[in-house]
Design a protein around this ligand. Structure first.
Ligand SMILES: Cc1ncc(COP(=O)(O)O)c(C=O)c1O
Length: 378
């Protein structure tokens, strides 16, 4: 039998991207904050409930803006999970601040609020939870800790599009929320992101930082008759071509999420028995969190078993993959950050997690993935 290859991830196109990009090109107006940026921002506002979200060229850019907005500086400590992507930490390291890595909760794989609390010192200025796999961290507890200790709360909601926590879209709960539209994400524009501003005191400066430190946004709105340099900043806005792609993706976002979530649910049901028999652990959600089908993972009993699972399925053309190398044990993490004590859950999960293929258009391949996983453990 010649089985076709099942990729781990594949960017889904709605069909309208080319039309909108064509319109943007035809307008000869491709710079940032053009017509498609306005349309896509309005759509994003409608979906998330965020007032006037700012499109950026990546979630990395959004995180860097967040670090600038909270004036992160040398001596500041920023608490975050070690089990995350490098951008969560890099954004603050670029400002000279120190990431303090804490452990994750063994059930949700999100930052453990008790570990966050324990890591707070007089130097701590912010907490940065990451909504792993698009399933919310315990935002009630984290918000309470941030409030009690007068800390900024910045959500790394890179994976969080179309996912909620107690009815609020991810990224709209902390002071700031950073989302990603990278090609691997549910809503994908190749590179792309947005900054959701939930603390109104940060809005005016955010617009300035995003526009190279100038008040160009006020100028474009007609609020001032010329624009000039007001603050430090960089070029964080995307071209209108990216925004055209984003509009098409967002307009179909509910359907994309429905398809991904349905695959997630089918995996979850299929692996119920493997979990009951003690072979794997399936994802667990915090109370109030929802699923957007960004990642489906299984936690194996041993690292070697996970490696063997990935290797065996690869021989059958099915791409499973591990995930983050914990930041506290990476060369730059050791140089620029510090771990708040040992992080045993992070180390265990990093060695034993396997992520399964999940994207629209793989529905008819799903049974083959499930059968191959079941056979491996049989
Ligand atoms: C948790 C997390 N944070 C930040 C990022 C960076 O996103 P981007 O590629 O849009 O810069 C990613 C991307 O994979 C991520 O998973």
């Amino acid at each position: 039998m010649t089985d076709s290859k099942i990729d781990f991830n594949r960017t889904f196109l709605t069909g309208n991207e080319a039309t909108y990009i064509g319109d943007a090109l035809a307008s000869r107006s491709l710079t940032g904050d053009g017509r498609f940026t306005q349309l896509a921002s309005a759509e994003l506002a409608k979906i998330t409930g965020s007032t006037k979200p700012l499109l950026t060229h990546s979630c990395t850019a959004s995180l860097e803006m967040a670090a600038l907005l909270i004036d992160a500086k040398p001596g500041d400590e920023i608490i975050m999970p070690s089990y995350t992507f490098v951008s969560t930490a890099n954004a603050f390291v670029l400002r000279g601040a120190t990431p303090v890595f804490v452990d994750i909760d063994a059930d949700t794989l999100n930052v453990d609020p008790a570990a966050v609390k324990k890591a707070i010192t007089s130097k701590t200025t912010a907490i940065v939870p990451v909504h792993y796999a698009g399933m919310s961290a315990n935002m009630d507890n984290l918000a309470a800790i941030a409030k009690e200790n007068d800390l900024w709360l910045i959500e790394d909601a890179a994976q969080g599009m179309f996912s909620d926590y107690r009815g609020r879209h991810l990224g709209t709960i902390g002071d700031l929320g950073c989302v990603s539209f990278h090609g691997t994400k549910n809503i994908a524009t190749g590179e792309g992101g947005a900054l959701l501003i939930n603390n109104e005191t940060l809005r005016e400066r955010a617009e300035i930082i995003r526009e190279k430190g100038t008040n160009r946004s006020q100028f474009l709105r007609g609020d001032v008759d010329k624009y000039t340099w007001h603050d430090i900043g960089s070029s964080y806005l995307p071209s209108d071509i990216m925004a055209a792609t984003l509009l098409a993706q967002l307009e179909d976002g509910l359907e994309i999420t429905r398809r991904r979530t349905s695959i997630w649910n089918r995996y979850h049901e299929a692996f119920d028995k493997l979990e009951a028999d003690g072979f794997v652990r399936r994802p667990r959600l915090d109370v109030g969190a929802t699923v957007n089908g960004h990642i489906y993972y299984l936690i194996c009993r041993e690292n070697s078993e996970r490696d063997a699972l990935i290797a065996e399925l690869r021989t059958q053309g099915i791409s499973l993959t591990s995930h983050y190398v914990p930041l506290h044990s990476s060369p730059a993490g050791e140089r620029y950050g510090r771990a708040d004590g040992p992080l045993p859950v992070t180390d265990r999960i990093a060695g034993s997690i396997a992520r399964l293929p999940i994207y629209p258009e793989m529905e008819n391949q799903l049974d083959r993935v499930v059968a191959a996983v079941e056979k491996f453990f049989a």
